[in-house]
Design a protein around this ligand. Sequence first.
Ligand SMILES: C[S@@+](CC[C@H](N)C(=O)[O-])C[C@H]1O[C@@H](n2cnc3c(N)ncnc32)[C@H](O)[C@@H]1O
Length: 264
Amino acid sequence: MVPLDTFYRDHWVEVAEERHEVYEQVFAWSPELEPLIAPAGFGPDQVVVDYGCGPGQMCVELAKRVGPGGHVHAMDINEKFVRRTRERAQAEGLTDRITVHHMSDDRLPFEDGSIDRILCKNVLKYVDDPLASIQDCHRVLAPGGRLHVTDNDWGFYVFEPLSQARTAALISAASHAYKSPLLGRKLYGLCQTAGYSTIDLGILPTIDTDGQFAGVIRNIASYARAGGSLPEAEIDAVMAEVDAAIADGSYLFILPQFMVTATV
Ligand SMILES: C[S@@+](CC[C@H](N)C(=O)[O-])C[C@H]1O[C@@H](n2cnc3c(N)ncnc32)[C@H](O)[C@@H]1O
């Protein structure tokens, strides 16, 4: 049995090889993601942090936006994501514009007031203390600099045709995979507590009708299996219901993304 009290972090430090392949697809940059990052206002000559960069597709996109006068710091706790990001930067001829950091704790290795933008896309629900991380972002941001955080909230979703009770039981059985499973609703208040001068909140629906994001629920199922509190047969039954719903067209998954843009 895996230790559950540190699982939220461990499952990113050690990512199974087959999940790496899935993440290459899931985290790919696509123009459809534009509404999710637009409020950050990325542009030429900025020094940007991609906090929790995954395999590095987003930071390549950010490096193109900051141009030759800017810089992107890509940060992650997973060694292979760090390696993939370095390989990507090299393949794109962007090594002079991208520095990749392998993080071992949640403190940002930057001087106070030295960063223009921080993107934290679906990362903060895994950190030890989201408020401390948001405060540390405030510390390193220059006056007028922006933190742009996006995250979901595991109390706020639609998953048809699964019953509410069945979905809730599965998510509860997987909750050890997140330090803060209900982070979405907390982000606005945490940024207020951290002292940002202006804070804008938006919500994007993220609607899946054909199984495009079924990988998210497969991950939840694998976390629930690791936890051991829900019988394997029930997890198998849920996944069979999901597959059947995708096949017969009755599937609908809505996982709203909270977006908070906080300016120093
Ligand atoms: C859900 S993925 C999001 C990846 C990417 N930001 C995106 O949205 O495509 C979460 C990422 O955060 C990283 N991560 C998790 N905990 C972290 C921590 N404490 N510090 C830095 N990165 C972390 C994981 O390794 C993973 O790459």
